[in-house]
Design a binder for this molecule. Structure first.
Ligand code: ADP
Length: 815
């Protein structure tokens, strides 16, 4: 708004006029007082008082005039200035109170106040226009907001609807997944149970007399069964990981042993292909860790298995190093095989994918192994990596976070049996030398190392050694030639010789027998196997067996085993396996029968199936444990289950079982489980012996002592020749001894019984027939006590045992 200053009738001119009016009024008063003075012209006598009167009158009149003037002035000012301003402030107050911008101030004229009022009015007008516009705009905004809100709530509704359908889809996917897992678990149980029958029976069948052709067929059945089982296990594992059900255990384990076991599993395949399979453990790598040894072994074995499968010549190496102390361990599997093309290097980690589809037919496989291995390593807090060059080989490596666990003291026995033995090691391979040096010195062996054959020969002929450990691949010669040379020297005839072999054919070399040498596969170095092999090669026995009285003392009696199993095939398989291990087996078919059987008779061990009708294995175990409360008896229980779901193991152990075996299991696994519970109760077959375990059970080579042992270890075939004659003698003299014992029993002649039993005991023990010797000893004790009462059942046992011994000696390795 433009403010124009008013012209002639301004406020100033009004005030001027007002003042001029006042001046006129004052002049009028003065004039009036002058007129009064002259009209009242008084005589001089009265001069003084008259003047006084006049002055007073004049002053009064002037005062009146000024007062009138002031009143006039004030009224004029009030009328022209104050009143309009009061009016303005009243209006302003109204506006501020009511916010009503339509109020206006009235003013006519053109003075400054009129301009001010006009400006005020204009301002109010502007404000009310703006207000109106604002109101309009806010109305528009409200409309727009309402519109948008509508749109948003529509979108929201759609989102809700899609969320709901996603939720539903998720729920149905989850329940489908759960159903899939349950189905797989159930299926795995259903498939594994008959597989247990197939594999178990095959194992037993392989232990019987078969023609070559039959053995080949049965072996094919066994291999196919194992392959099928491994596929089932892979699928089960994969679906468990996919469904998020894979749970890792946290239990203490020996990492060195785990690595050696993995190597041992692949050793046969590697040897068959002529591959060098080696294990390298970083010096200082701790031994004991907390983790899931089963899953870790699964990953390592998978990578090693692939490496062996895809390598035609050269080597496969497993190495373990500490990636970041104390808990991150790196596992690397390196091979010199066919390698993997760059474009396939990512793909092969996907499920059901193989590097080269054409390989499928050549090498077989499901393409699941690496997918599972990768996911398992991720669950273990690591990552699986690959470096590979086609034609040159591959290197798979992964890390795993493992919790270090307190080192267990090495078993005392490892330091006693070999303590003080003098061993000569001949090898030009630094790694082999380092590994063996560490192991042997920890067992207290007095070890000397040489790097070539001439030096080895010189040492043997100049100093007495208990054993010579010769590398099969020595520069300039081979171990067997060196062994033959050693045997030519008189000082070298009594030394035991063991060869470190690389390939399977080497251990079957007939020259080994000719030089009376034993062999040990290099790939199994670092395992407990070396200890046992050395003990055996030295013709000794380890303390484990001494402790159980196998050596010198009475032989172990057959173990009484209760097998609780409802499936008839499984009953047969279990019974067959346990009997082949020399156990007496009672079979019952449900948990309730097991509980009453344990209460009625005394058993050394119980094998308890978990899933059974009437009363399941877990509940039966609980009842047995409850019944044992307060008594000193506690029978070891080994739970058997076909399930391999997480939590099974824990559930069995929580119910009171001492150990757990997952079906299908092998004879060896049963034997090891029994050994764990009964400390050396069962003679575990040496790997690769394959055939019927009975002869070895019945006859123990290790127990042949004194003269017979000396005869047997004579170099060349002479010892065996003489031993054969001794066996003939034993077999021909025994019927007479048996007859004498029978007569003594029926005639009640204790002295005769004692003498015959004593003679039979010592000849049997000399040949290593320890079980038979043990029963004879019981008969001898009876006779020594002057009685023949209770001799009859023992005599039957002697006859039964003797039949086994006779068969073993006639068909066994002694003859
Ligand atoms: P499979 O059971 O078929 O061997 P894997 O998942 O273990 O399944 O392996 C997937 C593929 O990765 C194999 O088919 C092969 O093509 C490739 N592969 C794995 N390991 C090696 C290796 N050491 N050398 C060459 N190729 C390999």
């Amino acid at each position: 708004m433009k403010l124009s200053w008013p012209g002639k009738s301004s406020l100033k001119s009004r005030l001027v006029k007002l003042l001029l009016g006042c001046d006129t009024l004052l002049l009028l008063c003065l004039t009036l007082s002058f007129v009064c003075y002259h009209s009242l012209a008084l005589p001089p006598a009265a001069g003084q008082s008259r003047l006084l009167l006049f002055t007073s009158l004049q002053l009064t009149l002037s005062l009146l005039g000024v007062m009138g003037l002031a009143a006039l002035l004030s009224q004029r000012i009030d009328w022209t200035i104050s009143e309009p301003i009061r009016d303005l402030s009243r209006k302003m107050e109204i506006v501020s109170r009511s916010q009503d911008y339509r109020v206006r101030v009235e003013r006519t004229g053109e003075d400054e106040l009129a301009v001010l009022f006009a400006c005020f009015n204009n301002m109010l007008a502007e404000i009310s226009v703006r207000d109106e516009r604002l109101a309009l705009h806010s109305e528009e905004l409200e409309l727009e907001v309402a519109e948008r809100t509508l749109e948003l709530s529509e979108v929201n509704r759609q989102l809700e609807a899609s969320l709901e359908s996603v939720r539903e889809a998720m729920q149905s996917a989850q329940s489908a997944n759960r159903a899939k897992s349950d189905f797989l678990a159930q299926m795995s149980h259903e498939i594994r149970t008959p597989m247990y029958g197939v594999l178990g029976m095959t194992e037993l069948l392989l232990g019987t007399d078969l023609t070559k052709e039959q053995a080949r067929y049965v072996d094919t059945v066994r291999r196919s069964g194992e392959a099928l089982l491994s596929i089932i296990n892979n699928i089960l594992d994969f679906s468990k990981i996919e469904a998020g059900h894979m749970e890792l255990e946290q239990i203490p384990f020996d990492l060195h042993q785990l690595a050696s076991d993995a190597i041992a599993i692949c050793a046969e395949d590697a040897a068959r292909k002529g591959l060098e399979l080696t294990l390298e453990l970083e010096p200082g790598l701790p031994r004991m860790f907390l983790g899931d040894p089963g899953r870790l072994r699964q990953v390592v074995v998978n990578l090693l298995g692939n490496a062996v499968k895809f390598t035609m010549k050269g080597s496969v190496r497993l190495s373990l190093t500490v990636a970041a102390p104390p808990a991150l361990v790196r596992f690397s599997v390196e091979d010199t095989g066919i390698g993997i093309a760059p474009d396939a290097q990512q793909r092969i980690f996907n499920q059901f994918t193989q590097g080269d589809e054409s390989m499928t037919r050549k090498y077989g496989g499901t393409g699941l192994g690496l997918a599972i291995a990768r996911q398992l390593t991720e669950l273990m807090g690591g990552a699986l990596e690959l470096e590979s060059e086609p034609g040159r080989g591959s290197r798979f490596s992964f890390t795993a976070v493992l919790q270090p666990h307190e080192e267990l003291p090495r078993p005392e026995r490892c330091c006693t049996a070999l303590r003080g033995k003098r061993v000569l090691l001949a090898t030009d391979d630094e790694r082999t030398r380092g590994g063996i040096e560490g192991e042997l010195s920890s067992w207290g062996v007095d070890l000397e190392c040489v790097g070539d054959a001439p030096e080895a020969f010189c040492r043997i002929v100049t100093a007495p050694f208990d054993l010579a450990l010769l590398d099969h691949h020595l520069a300039g010669t081979d171990g067997i030639e060196l062994a033959a040379t050693i045997r030519t020297a008189p000082a070298g005839r009594s030394v035991r010789i063991m060869l470190l072999t690389e390939r399977e054919e080497e251990s079957g070399d007939p020259r080994l027998t000719e030089t009376d040498a034993t062999s040990f596969p290099r790939c199994q170095l670092g395992q407990e196997g070396l200890y046992h092999a050395l003990v055996a090669a030295l013709g000794m026995d380890d303390e484990e067996r001494l402790a159980t009285g196998c050596c010198g003392g009475p032989p172990p009696r057959p173990r009484q085993v209760l097998l609780v199993e409802d499936n008839v095939v499984n009953q047969e398989v279990g019974r067959g396996m346990l009997e082949s291990l020399g156990c007496r087996v009672k079979v019952v078919e449900d948990g309730a029968a097991a509980v009453s059987e344990v209460q009625r008779s005394s058993y050394d061990i119980v094998f308890m199936d978990c899933q059974m009708p009437v009363l399941d294995g877990l509940e039966a175990t609980r009842r047995i444990r409850a019944w044992e409360q307060g008594s000193d008896n506690r029978v070891p229980i080994i739970a058997l289950t076909a399930y391999a779901m997480p939590g099974d193991r824990v559930a069995c152990l929580e119910a009171g079982a001492d150990d757990y075996l997952s079906k299908p299991f092998t004879c060896d696994e049963i034997a090891k489980a029994m050994d764990r519970q009964l400390q050396g109760a069962v003679t575990v077959l040496a790997e690769g012996e394959g055939g019927s375990p009975k002869p070895l059970e019945v006859i123990s080579h290790d127990k042949m002592s004194g003269a017979l042992e000396m005869i047997r270890t004579l170099p060349g075939n002479r010892g065996v020749e003489i031993l054969r004659k001794v066996v003939e003698l034993y077999l021909s003299s025994t019927p007479a001894l048996l007859q004498t014992m029978r007569e003594a029993e029926s005639g009640g002649d204790a002295e005769k019984l004692k003498a015959a039993a004593h003679s039979f005991k010592s000849s049997s023990a000399n040949l290593g027939a320890l079980r038979l010797a043990g029963v004879c000893m019981e008969l001898e004790s009876l006779g020594r006590a002057g009685s023949t009462e209770g001799a009859l059942p023992l005599l039957h046992q002697v006859e039964e045992e003797y039949r086994l011994v006779r068969d073993a000696l006639r068909g066994g390795p002694l003859c």
